[in-house]
Design a protein around this ligand. Structure first.
Ligand SMILES: NC(=O)c1ccc[n+]([C@@H]2O[C@H](COP(=O)([O-])OP(=O)(O)OC[C@H]3O[C@@H](n4cnc5c(N)ncnc54)[C@H](O)[C@@H]3O)[C@@H](O)[C@H]2O)c1
Length: 321
């Protein structure tokens, strides 16, 4: 709040008052918001405005030139509609600030899913120690010696790789392009098909967009090792949740650790019913330290835009806009 208020030395600060999308679109035409040059956008604001789709982007005040969005993912914003405006709305996100907390969450899910801890936790809370009704928690697996495959070796993927090493895991990865040796840090670049075929644990760490929606579905599960463990801390829709449920039922997938879902806050009922899988309600960056760092980063984008005309961390699509 202090950092936000600190912007008042260079700008007039206004906050929208609407509580739903229709009112917000109407408010954008009013004298209060007309003239706004930069927006500080929280992820939670989607519950008021809905997605920043083409309709909303075109309804935003004509004066708007910058959107500084909190979070590494920006799939709630149609960045192409933003570029198409005249003048364009340049969009930034908060990469790097999210890396440690999200990678920590992935480690929790990897260990929990490999070891089958979810089963034990829920049985214990029902007063059933390691199981009930004649069933006991299945024996888990050690991370030591397992191959982790990272799909999308960006800030979070690389951070996770270092943490996986401490648990004796070997990392392979697939990106659109191989990383420099320095960035890869010894992780081996493999093709998408090799990643599916060789991973004991497959971690999804790529952004959600039109190209990556359902990048993991039935055909991809069929190409994986039987008994693979799937971790998703990216966005739910990069994986076909129905196909995951079927792969869990058939035993192709041994377990999974999920922080994100296709239709949040709804979760596939078969996932909720399954005592074996590790599920979190999108808590990847849910810490005081990381949320503060993300908000400060986001506000620094607003300051940079106002003072220099340039965002500090534009999204990849807007780097050359
Ligand atoms: N669970 C959470 O709370 C949480 C927190 C932060 C980020 N996230 C999600 O994690 C994602 C990754 O974050 P990041 O900061 O590491 O992003 P990043 O941009 O640093 O890394 C993403 C990587 O994915 C790669 N990539 C893009 N498209 C690909 C494709 N089709 N195939 C293979 N690789 C591809 C990119 O080249 C890049 O290396 C974000 O987009 C966001 O949606 C979730």
């Amino acid at each position: 709040m202090k950092t936000w208020e600190g912007l008042s030395d260079i700008a007039e600060l206004v906050e929208p008052q609407s509580t739903n999308r229709d009112d917000f679109i109407q408010e954008c035409t009013t004298y209060r918001l007309n003239g706004v040059v930069a927006v500080y956008r929280t992820a939670a604001s989607v519950s008021v405005t809905g997605l920043w789709d083409e309709e909303l982007v075109n309804a935003l005040p004509k004066s708007l030139k910058f959107c500084s969005s909190v979070g590494a993912g920006y799939d709630q914003i149609d960045v192409h509609a933003c570029s198409a405006r005249d003048p364009p709305i340049k969009v930034s996100n908060t990469p790097t600030a999210v890396d440690d907390a999200t990678a920590d969450t992935a480690m929790f899910l990897i260990l929990g899913a490999l070891r089958g801890f979810s089963y034990g936790i829920s049985a214990l809370r029902k007063g059933q120690w390691r199981g009930g009704n004649g069933e006991v928690a299945p024996l888990g697996h050690d991370p030591e010696g397992k191959t982790i495959g990272v799909l999308g070796m960006g800030g979070i993927g690389r951070n996770m790789k270092k943490k996986c090493e401490a648990f004796g895991m070997k990392t392979i990865y697939h990106n659109r392009n191989p990383l420099s040796e320095e960035l890869a840090g010894g992780a081996k670049y493999v093709s998408f098909d090799e990643l599916l075929a060789q991973s004991d644990v497959l971690s999804l760490n790529l952004p959600l967009n039109k190209k990556t929606r359902h990048i993991i579905s039935t055909a991809e599960f069929n190409n994986m090792k039987t008994g693979v463990v799937i971790i998703n801390t990216a966005r739910g829709a990069v994986m076909d949740e129905d196909a995951l449920v079927k792969a869990l039922e058939s035993g192709k997938v041994w377990s999974c650790g999920l922080d994100v879902y296709e239709d949040e806050p709804q979760i596939h009922p078969e996932l909720v019913k399954n005592p074996h899988v590790m599920l979190l309600p999108h808590m990847g960056t849910y810490t005081i330290e990381t949320m503060t760092a993300m908000e400060e980063w986001c506000i620094s984008n607003v300051r940079s835009a106002l003072e220099t005309g340039k965002l500090r961390s534009p999204v990849p699509e807007h780097v050359n806009l």
